[in-house]
Each structure stands twice: as structure tokens, then as C-alpha cells.
Design a protein around this ligand. Structure first.
Ligand code: ADP
Ligand code: ADP
Ligand code: ZN
Length: 218
């Protein structure tokens, strides 16, 4: 199954995707993680992306689509994928449709994790991310067992430079301008299921799995 997780920055896409892929046994493809990997490796793509990421703006479609399509062409994506943070524009969604169609595939389900702006800001402000495996913790809601250390891999936790208050606000604005049109885009294709993202992580995960079960059981 090819699944898209849709939601504003801080909605819990990454947290939920990590739990889902354990259950589905498909790769978790997160465009933000791919950009950060490029930044760490100081690739040309990473350097180009940084200018946009630091300000909370979207990286241009051309660059983003090329990077994600390359990732999707690797053999581990053959049986399906859980996409997190991509697509973020209608142009990206159209490119994704095209690329999957070329391979006789399609987006099977779009899970829209809905959260209020107030919750988004609280989640982003307290987010600590692992440098090693990109798992997200929250200083209040989901603290690690040992401060500053990842439970999963022992990696160092850090606060992303784009999780500052000004950049958070900008990212949420950008989401409403450029990404939220995808709600109607996927609704009109009958692919969208809305999940209440305000609830506890486990409850949200159960809702996502139930929605996937309904589609895959048909
Ligand atoms: P996204 O990938 O959508 O930006 P994350 O998965 O990184 O969101 O989650 C943002 C922050 O909120 C993280 O600190 C995470 O630990 C926390 N979080 C995620 N889901 C929940 C939830 N259901 N309840 C409380 N905190 C959550
Ligand atoms: P969050 O977890 O807060 O939703 P991401 O890690 O997904 O944020 O993305 C971080 C940044 O990377 C974005 O603010 C944007 O600059 C860039 N980015 C990630 N995915 C995309 C995309 N699909 N299109 C354009 N830019 C993207
Ligand atoms: Zn880790």
C-alpha cells in the first residue's frame, strides 16, 4: 500500500509514521529527513535546501520532487511506502500520481492528521529530535528515559533550528497557503480519511490502523 500522511508541522506525522511502518513493514519516506540527511552530508542539494528550510519556506518543487522520486525508485519501495511530509503542494501531488501510475501503482490512502494551531505550537516548541534516527520526543508529552538521549539508538537529542517561534509561525502559514489545498485535492479523489490528532499517540495510531484496515480489507 502507498500511504500519504498529511498534516501541519507538529501534527504528529513523523511520530505516527514510525509506528505505522513497524506494523506495515514498508519504508518510511520523510522528505524533511531526506533534506536533513543531505544537509549533514553537505551535498549540493542540501546546501540549496537549507536556505528555504531555515526560513520555514518550502524547498522548490523541482528539487523536492527529484529527491523523493529518486528515493521511491529504490527496490525497498516496491511493495509500498508511507510518505511523511510529501506531497506538500498540488504540483508535488500531481508528480507523485504520475510517477506511481508509470509503475502501475497509485496512492491508496491519505491519512489527514488534524490538530488545532494551539496544539501545533505547543508540540513544535517542546520537540527534541534524535540526530541518529530522527525519532521525535517532547519535553512534556513524551520525554526520553534519560534527558538528551534517544531511547531507540542512544543518539543525541537536539532542537531543530527551524523549531524557533518565528520559524514555527512561518511554517504553519506556509502549510495553510500551499499544503492545505491537498485536503480537497485528495477528498475529490475519495482517498482522504480524517483522524483526530489531538488524542494520545496510541489512540491516534489505532485510528490510523483502523482506516488502513478498512481500505486494505476491501
Ligand atoms: P510532524 O512530523 O507532523 O511535524 P512530530 O511527529 O515530529 O510531527 O511531532 C511533533 C511533536 O509532538 C513531537 O515532539 C512529538 O513527540 C509530539 N507529539 C506527536 N504526537 C503527539 C500526540 N498525539 N500527543 C502529544 N504529543 C505528540
Ligand atoms: P515537520 O516535521 O515540522 O513537518 P519536515 O521535517 O517535514 O517538517 O520539513 C522540514 C522542512 O523541510 C520544511 O519546513 C521545508 O523547508 C522542507 N521540506 C520538507 N518536505 C518538503 C516538501 N515536500 N516540499 C518542500 N519543502 C519540504
Ligand atoms: Zn535515535
Amino acid at each position: 500500500m502507498n500511504i500519504v500522511l498529511l498534516g501541519a508541522p507538529g501534527a504528529g506525522k513523523g511520530t505516527q509514521a514510525q509506528l505505522l511502518v513497524e506494523w506495515l513493514s514498508v519504508p518510511h519516506v520523510a522528505s524533511g529527513d531526506l533534506f536533513r540527511e543531505n544537509l549533514r552530508n553537505k551535498t549540493e542539494l542540501g546546501l540549496e535546501a537549507r536556505r528555504y528550510m531555515d526560513g520555514g519556506d518550502l524547498v522548490p518543487d523541482r528539487v523536492t520532487i527529484g529527491m523523493v522520486v529518486e528515493r521511491l525508485s529504490r527496490p525497498d519501495c516496491e511493495a509500498g511506502v508511507t510518505l511523511d511530509g510529501f506531497p506538500r503542494t498540488v504540483t508535488q501531488a500531481q508528480a507523485l500520481e504520475r510517477v506511481l501510475a508509470e509503475r502501475g501503482k497509485a496512492v491508496d490512502l491519505v491519512l489527514y492528521i488534524k490538530v488545532s494551531d494551539d496544539t501545533l505550537l505547543k508540540r513544535l516548541a517542546g520537540r527534541w529530535t534524535c540526530r541518529g534516527c530522527e525519532v521525535a520526543y517532547h519535553e512534556v508529552y513524551t520525554p526520553p528515559a534519560q534527558e538528551g538521549v534517544c531511547n531507540e539508538c542512544g543518539g543525541e537529542l537536539y532542537q531543530r533550528p527551524d523549531d524557533t517561534p518565528e520559524t514555527q509561525k512561518r511554517r504553519i502559514e506556509v502549510y495553510f497557503e500551499q499544503t492545505s489545498p491537498l485536503i480537497d485535492f485528495y477528498k475529490s479523489r475519495g482517498l482522504l480519511v480524517e483522524i483526530d490528532g489531538e488524542l494520545d499517540i496510541g489512540v491516534v495510531q489505532a485510528g490510523l490502523r483502523a482506516a488502513i484496515g478498512e481500505v486494505s480489507g476491501e
